[in-house]
Design a protein around this ligand. Structure first.
Ligand code: FAD
Length: 299
């Protein structure tokens, strides 16, 4: 599973974090950040508004990243439930804090997963409109979402690809995908994306699996399929956290290695605000801390 040094140099990585919700979680986040920054990510990103939170926790977290780490930091931004003016004022707060890169998203209705989404009458209706709005406000780097296994609300993959095309045409620089485990499906999806004339990088979202049972509960809502091979790989390790972590690091490293062999060069890792598993994945791939890597994704 070790990549050779040429392959490693071509690979760019980014890490996703979320704002902590307690003092204890805050300590854990910054411990993880101090350990993960040595892997030289091209950028890190901080989620926005998930779980009904407002901009404050994301702004505080992003500001601390910018002030106290050398990491290029992107802020996620959603337009759900807000007028365009309200969204612009949020953008200005982040710009004032030094943010130059947004992960621009529609977001989910606060009524919960599965509830119909109703755009705010004076707001952006979807992420494609938000990207166009951001482009008018400033020369930001803009990442957007992509769904190789279809967004749960979407009619079909073609509708998702149509939305991705609109996002790219409106100025998105790259797409970060929902996490997935089926690389063959991702390759088929990417072929369709390219056939639709979309040329921006589509960066796989990689979720190292800390706990398969918990992940299964959460994956359904995201539209991610959990293939049967994962049950086989994790069988018998429910009560053996050390062995389970070893398998988890192998599974994620194998997924990245396989995608790299298929020509993918950038990877977005969902860290869950913890470092050991992500570090084990990168170690399995042969990366060394502070090793120079690709010029891949910019911030
Ligand atoms: P869009 O790109 O606008 O739409 C996604 C797809 O859904 C479209 O392809 C379209 O086909 C379909 N669709 C959209 N609206 C409708 C509709 N009304 N009816 C039918 N189909 C529709 N959420 C957060 O709250 N905070 C975050 O920080 C966050 N970060 C994320 C990061 C990544 C990399 C990803 C993949 C997702 C993230 N999300 C986050 C989740 C995201 O907000 C939800 O998936 C949301 O439902 C869609 O937002 P979007 O920008 O992908 O939407």
């Amino acid at each position: 599973m070790v990549l050779n040094s040429d392959a490693r140099k071509r690979i760019g990585i980014s890490f996703e974090f979320f704002p902590p919700k307690s003092d204890e979680a805050e300590v854990q986040l910054w411990k993880a950040v101090s350990e993960l920054q040595d892997w030289n990510p091209d950028f890190v990103s901080v989620t926005y508004g998930a779980g009904g939170t407002t901009k404050a926790p994301t702004l505080a977290t992003v500001s601390r990243f910018i002030a106290s780490t050398p990491l290029a930091t992107a802020s996620h931004l959603t337009c759900v439930g807000a007028t365009k003016d309200e969204t612009h004022s949020v953008v200005e707060s982040f710009r004032a804090a030094g943010v130059k890169h947004f992960v621009a998203l529609r977001g989910d209705t606060p009524d919960g997963v599965g509830a119909p989404y109703n755009p705010h009458p004076g707001g952006y209706a979807n992420a494609a409109e938000l990207v166009a709005g951001l482009r008018e406000i400033g020369a930001f780097e803009i990442s957007v979402s992509a769904y190789p296994e279809k967004h749960p609300e979407s009619r079909d993959v073609a509708a998702d690809i149509e939305m991705l095309k609109r996002k790219a045409e409106n100025g998105a620089n790259r797409a970060l995908t929902q996490f997935f485990f089926d690389n063959d499906n991702f390759e088929r999806y990417l072929e369709k994306v390219r056939a639709a004339g979309i040329s921006i990088p589509v960066v796989p979202g990689i979720m190292p699996i800390m706990n398969l049972t918990q992940l299964k509960r959460f994956a359904g809502a995201c539209g991610t399929v959990i293939p049967g091979f994962l049950d086989d790989r994790f069988a018998g390790y429910d009560d053996k956290p050390e062995e389970r972590a070893k398998v988890a690091a192998e599974v994620a490293a194998e997924q990245i290695e396989d995608l790299a062999k298929r020509g993918i060069s950038d990877f977005h890792l969902y860290t869950m605000n913890r470092s050991p598993l992500v570090s084990a994945v990168l170690t399995n791939l042969g990366f060394k801390r502070n090793e120079a890597k690709s010029t891949g994704a910019a911030a």
